[in-house]
Design a protein. Structure first.
Length: 444
């Protein structure tokens, strides 16, 4: 044996910990390879077993409750113990558990031949309004149907309707109302009949209808023309600012060197003997953009959710007024643009909007808005009370020159106020009803 080999063996003998660590590493590697091989071989079998379980066991698991599984398992265990050890008590308990299951099965057996109709009077309501609906059940069987309980899921809740016995061809109709307290999209339906035993061991459900989406739109307030005084269109809503070239003719004035000769009114010039030039009133483009931040960090820490709801209502009110006046409108948030093809699309999009904390701020939304709407004429920056003056100043830097910008800070309970940060007009709102008055002050 060489000297190097003897030294290696002597070193390993003196360092048993190193030898054990090496052996453990090799064992772990082998175990990982074996586990990967077993997993690769067993995956198809596991998938097949899962598919079979879903096919054959899901109908059972959808009917048997957790308590029902406990009772069934207890019955099996007691039957085994009673048969193996001759325990009369175990056999008696197994018999009682089995009897309970058989009684429960008797309650859920049977079927109904119903025709069920679910009708919502309106699928879109505002916060605070009640959605009215009707549930109609027709017995299509040739015999009298037994009484049954119908369930109607509404969002996270469930409404129950007790349908009495119905003779052949008879129907039953029940009206219901859905109160709305906050902006959301509620899933209404499907209507399902429920058969359940008194012990809650088995529960059988049959779906009879599809489901509806109930849009609970944000609250809005009406803005008249004076409230949005700067919202002008190109087809003839002039401003008080005079211009030497526009589409709205105002008056004639004397010619001044430098005026465009195309605007000389030759007939009046010939009559007066002096050159007369047409004077126009400047009109504004009517392309509105609303930059609405959904970052809850920019709202107050105490009432962030409520302030955000107020901000959504402000954006919805401005958007509805623009839609009524047939103005072009774009609404941008951190998650992207809101559909504004129609007033309904806009309200539906704002209803689905959710606030969350994140890195993107109002400045990012303004930047995205400017990129998406190059022809914007008026921009609203809708944010919360947590947005500082410095953040507003930073956001206003991205507003193009010549575009009128108004920031609206929303904070429930705040006193209405108006301020300026450079060219940016900043309005503070404490409640939605103040929006019209504050906009009138802003354009006064």
């Amino acid at each position: 044996m060489s000297r190097r080999g003897r030294r290696s063996k002597q070193h390993d003998a003196k360092n048993p910990a190193a030898s054990l660590a090496g052996a453990a590493k090799v064992s772990a590697t082998l175990a990982g390879e074996v586990f990967a091989l077993v997993r690769q071989l067993c995956t198809p079998w596991l998938r097949a077993a899962r598919a079979l379980a879903q096919r054959y066991l899901e109908p059972v698991s959808s009917v048997v409750s957790a308590l029902g599984f406990v009772v069934a398992g207890t019955a099996v265990l007691l039957w085994i113990l009673g048969a193996a050890f001759g325990w009369q008590e175990a056999l008696m308990g197994a018999f009682m558990a089995t009897l309970l299951l058989l009684i429960a099965v008797a309650f859920v057996l049977g079927s109904h031949d119903y025709k069920v109709e679910l009708d919502l009077n309106r699928t879109r309501v505002a916060v605070g309004q009640r959605a009215v609906g009707a549930l109609k059940v027709l017995n299509q069987a040739k015999s009298t149907s037994a009484a049954v309980v119908m369930e109607l899921p509404v969002g996270a809740g469930v409404a129950q309707f007790r349908i009495p016995q119905l003779s052949a061809g008879k129907d039953y109709e029940d009206l219901f109302t859905i109160p709305t307290h906050r902006r959301q999209v509620l899933q209404v339906g499907p209507v399902r009949s429920v058969r359940q035993d008194p012990f809650a061991l088995l529960r059988r459900q049959v779906k009879w209808t599809g489901n509806y989406e109930l849009f609970v739109h944000p609250k809005t307030t009406v803005l008249d023309g004076s409230s949005a005084g700067f919202i002008r269109d190109l087809e003839g809503m002039p401003t008080r600012e005079l211009s030497s070239s526009d589409v709205s003719f105002h008056a004639l004035r004397d010619y001044v060197p430098g005026d465009d000769r195309r605007h000389i009114h030759w007939k009046s010039s010939a009559r007066t003997g002096d050159l007369m030039v047409r004077q126009f009133e400047q009109t504004r483009r009517s392309h509105l953009a609303v930059a609405l931040t959904t970052n809850l960090d920019e709202y107050s820490a105490a009432l962030g959710e409520e302030d955000f709801e107020l901000a959504v209502s402000v954006a919805a009110s401005i958007g509805l007024q623009a839609a009524l006046d047939q103005r072009k409108l774009e609404i941008m948030t951190q998650s992207g643009p809101v559909r504004t093809a129609s007033g309904r699309d806009m309200m539906d999009g704002l209803t689905r909007l959710a606030g969350a904390s994140g890195r993107r701020t109002l400045t990012d939304v303004v930047r995205s808005t400017v990129d998406a709407v190059p022809g914007v004429s008026v921009m609203f920056l809708v944010t919360g009370a947590g947005t500082t003056a410095r953040a507003l100043r930073e956001a206003s830097k991205h507003v193009p020159f010549g575009v009128r910008a108004i920031a609206i800070r929303c904070g429930v309970g705040l006193q209405p106020a108006q301020a300026r940060i450079g060219e940016l007009n900043v309005l503070t709102l404490g409640q939605l009803d103040e929006l019209g008055l504050m906009l009138r002050r802003a354009v006064a």
